[in-house]
Design a protein around this ligand. Structure first.
Ligand SMILES: *Cc1c(COP(=O)(O)O)cnc(C)c1O
Length: 221
């Protein structure tokens, strides 16, 4: 199967409100260009340097999403062009993104990453931490003018147990719904980024409106 036909097949099954992020990490620009020729304009990368190199080489109407963990000291490299940062999991990082966005005269959209999986990982917020960050965003509109928190992101446990995955996605959707009350210039949750190649159908059933799909488009890594 070609990249273009993989892309077509996936797109033909997606509800209209679901945005497809083509996760192109580790893949060469020639592969990304196949997807571009198939109409894809949103690409997701998990390393800032790799994303920057691809951005330099590729057409400028592409929206670049950072889906990986972000180190504070590297934000400056993507601040000139990144369109959405999925993995924001601390206030410190959000403040650095704001600072670098300001330097570039931009407003950068961010998703807060939630920890929903059973697995122990270092990344992602719990509900209390989310609440604290959203409170801060809301109460410091003047400081945080160059970011917008536009939604949440989460990853389910890596398992074949569909019920487990469903439970975790449903949990994230419940949190997403609960914080719909937030409505400021720099914070309003409209995007729910959940679902990858193996679980995006379940994620959509659970309320996802942004999926991050790599291997089903570009093949294994
Ligand atoms: C790699 C990655 C994906 C895509 O994974 P596939 O299984 O290849 O679809 C999605 N989200 C994140 C955060 C990733 O790192």
């Amino acid at each position: 199967m070609s990249i273009q036909s993989n892309l077509e097949n996936i797109k033909s099954t997606l509800p209209e409100n679901v945005t497809l992020v083509a996760v192109s990490k580790t893949k060469p620009v020639s592969d990304l260009m196949q997807a571009y020729k198939g109409g894809q304009r949103i690409f997701g990368e998990n390393k800032i340097q790799e994303m920057t190199e691809k951005w330099e080489q590729m057409p400028k109407d592409i929206q670049w999403h950072m889906i990986g963990h972000v180190q504070t000291n590297k934000v400056k490299f993507m601040a000139p062009f990144v369109s959405l940062i999925h993995g924001v999991d601390s206030l410190k990082l959000l403040q650095e993104i704001n600072k670098q966005a300001q330097k570039n005269n931009r407003v950068i959209d961010c998703l807060l990453q939630m920890h929903i999986a059973e697995e122990e990982t270092k990344f992602g917020l719990d509900e209390k931490e989310l609440n604290d960050i959203l409170d801060f965003v809301q109460n410091n509109k003047d400081e945080l003018q160059n970011i917008r928190v536009v939604g949440l992101m989460g990853m389910a446990t890596f398992t074949d147990n569909q019920e487990q995955i469903k439970k975790e996605f449903t949990h994230l959707k419940t949190i997403f719904d609960k914080f719909q009350t937030l409505n400021t210039k720099n914070g309003k949750l409209t995007t729910l980024s959940m679902g990858m190649s193996g679980d995006y159908k379940v994620a959509i059933d659970c309320g996802s409106n942004m999926i991050r799909v790599g291997s089903s488009i570009f093949g294994g890594r």
